[in-house]
Design a protein around this ligand. Structure first.
Ligand SMILES: Nc1nc2c(ncn2[C@@H]2O[C@H](COP(=O)(O)OP(=O)(O)OP(=O)(O)O)[C@@H](O)[C@H]2O)c(=O)[nH]1
Ligand SMILES: [Mg+2]
Length: 518
């Protein structure tokens, strides 16, 4: 069954992870020639003992057409949405050799992921087999798929809109259950529906305003300026609430980066190991053990946290290696959403701690936690506490946590502090820093939540801003034509979210982030 949407070229890719071994691997074909390509490489197996026939070359040169569909032995003759057991064979010079024993699924357009004919070959999961089967598909006329091209076709063929397509990528990339729940809600189309409804309301509003403009001479009033103002205000508030809820939730999808900074030997690597409950970074009693950035990602109540242990900050470099290490530490600070400034509570402040303070202030770091480590050796005294309080003020620390990386005391409090700061109120900005989200507290995330991703939030913010302009034009009694221009612009911004008004470059950028085979 062909539809006008089927692309002329058929694409193929390995849809399972591109490295390593797995029990099963999948090669996927999509496009008008999927079935005829499958005809040339698949041989059905009727019994467990049967071997592939040596005479498959007759089937080879036949293109897929309704006439060749009739054979129940060949993929082009299989019923749609059926799965078949057989061999993948390679025919060369009249003889055939077996590549793998497989299950082949046939799905006819348009009831497929891409709305094109799809063939999926479930083979064994070794890279050698997968690459060989892909190579055979290419040899018989398929072209290698670009990243995200199957999903791009689903979008281009109208099966899903852009926000749902992006959600597929977000779901694959989700590192925690909460991130997965957010992506799942977008795949279901809840965000799309909300955006479509809001756009429709604005379209009706502009239609109303334009008609009243056309009949302005005739004293027919379709909606009063006050009605228009109320409607725009309510939609703008709605969009702002969506922006806020999304910013609050996106820390669960985007994650945060936390760096551990301090002078040598204060226990930075010990802290990393204690947080990860793993012997990840080398710890010795010699100052200067860590030379490079050691990073790892862990799940903090649903937030993917990438934590970075760094080389200690020194006042002098005695080697080029130490200098290069310090450059990496600085770059880690700059990449961080939260900095953990670690000090040795048993020793108090030193000249090098002052350098760390300067570095943190120079980097204009958003969030800092002062960590007073080694409290098992000596608890923080009143006079020591005053020094630490002064430092805390100097770096505008969000909080101070006392702990012992050695005994584990205070580590849970430190994790709680990181979590709390990650979900803290953000400054009102159109492009908030990663990891800093809005209006405090853990958001209630489920597959029914409506949450926009960072790109979509930008479009929502732009739309809300245009509505703001429309409101001020109405307030200032500007000509209705101006109001219409702003509202139309807001409609376009919302269109970017679902792909109604998205440019080709935007689409290329969005789909380039996908993995190959999806
Ligand atoms: N008593 C005690 N010792 C600690 C604690 N944390 C770290 N240490 C010890 O302090 C020494 C240095 O620890 P590291 O974790 O390597 O310190 P670092 O800050 O990573 O050091 P560099 O990589 O050299 O900058 C080691 O002997 C640790 O066992 C702690 O909480 N209490
Ligand atoms: Mg270290």
């Amino acid at each position: 069954m062909a539809t006008k949407n089927i692309h002329d070229d058929t694409i193929a890719a390995i849809s399972t992870p591109p490295a390593g071994e797995g029990g099963i691997g999948i090669v996927r074909l999509s496009g008008g020639s999927s079935l005829s390509i499958a005809d040339k490489i698949f041989q059905i197996k009727h019994t467990v003992d049967s071997q592939p026939s040596q005479d498959t070359h007759n089937a080879q040169n036949q293109e897929f057409s309704p006439e060749t569909c009739s054979s129940p032995e060949r993929p082009s003759g299989f019923l749609s949405h059926t799965i078949h057991y057989g061999w993948i064979v390679e025919n060369t010079n009249g003889s055939s050799s077996v590549i793998d024993e497989v299950l082949l699924t046939v799905m006819h357009a348009p009831r497929t992921y891409t709305r094109e004919h799809i063939v999926e070959i479930n083979c064994h999961g070794g890279q050698g087999v997968l690459k060989k089967i892909l190579e055979l598909c290419l040899k018989h006329g398929a072209r290698i798929a670009e990243p995200g091209e199957f999903t791009k076709r689903a979008f281009m063929n109208g099966r899903i809109d852009l926000s749902q397509a992006e959600a597929v990528c977000d779901l694959i990339r989700a590192r925690t259950d909460k991130a997965a729940a957010i992506a799942a809600s977008r795949i279901k189309g809840r965000l799309s529906q909300k955006i479509k409804d809001t756009r429709n309301k604005l379209l009706n509003l502009t239609a109303d305003m334009e008609v009243s403009l056309d009949y302005s001479e005739e004293d027919i009033q379709f909606s009063t300026p006050q009605d228009t103002l109320n409607s725009i205000r309510s939609i703008r508030t709605d969009l702002q609430e969506l922006v806020e809820a999304s910013q609050k939730a996106n820390v669960y999808t985007d994650g945060i980066r936390v760096s551990i900074i301090g002078r040598p030997n204060v226990g930075k690597s010990s802290l990393l190991n204690s947080i990860l409950s793993e012997d990840r970074s080398i710890v010795t009693s010699e100052p200067g053990t860590t030379r490079d950035v050691v990073s790892e990602t862990f799940n903090l109540n649903g937030i993917p946290v990438t934590i970075m242990d760094t080389a200690g900050i020194r006042s002098h470099y005695s080697s080029r290696l130490e200098y290069l290490s310090s450059e990496r530490t600085q770059s880690a600070i700059e990449k961080s959403d939260i900095v953990l400034f670690v000090m040795d509570a048993s020793q108090g402040a030193s000249e090098e701690d002052g350098l760390v303070t300067k570095l943190i202030n120079a980097a204009n770091t958003e969030k800092v936690i002062l960590v007073l480590n080694k409290t098992d050796i000596k608890p923080v005294t009143k006079s020591g506490g005053d020094i630490f309080k002064k430092i805390s003020r100097e770096i505008s620390a969000d909080c101070t946590v006392q702990c012992s990386a050695l005994s584990g005391k205070g580590i849970t409090e430190l994790e709680n502090a990181i979590y709390k700061i990650s979900t803290c109120p953000a400054a009102e900005t159109s492009n908030p820093p990663r990891g800093c989200v809005s209006t405090g507290g853990s958001p209630d995330i489920s597959s029914s939540s409506i949450i926009a991703n960072a790109r979509q939030v930008q479009s929502l913010v732009k739309a809300a801003k245009q509505l703001e302009e429309a409101l001020s034009a109405l307030h200032n009694k500007h000509a209705p034509e101006f109001v219409v221009i702003y509202v139309r612009s807001a409609i376009d911004c919302l269109g970017e979210i679902i792909g109604e008004t998205t440019t080709e470059e935007m689409l290329d950028l969005i789909f380039s982030k996908f993995c190959v085979g999806k």
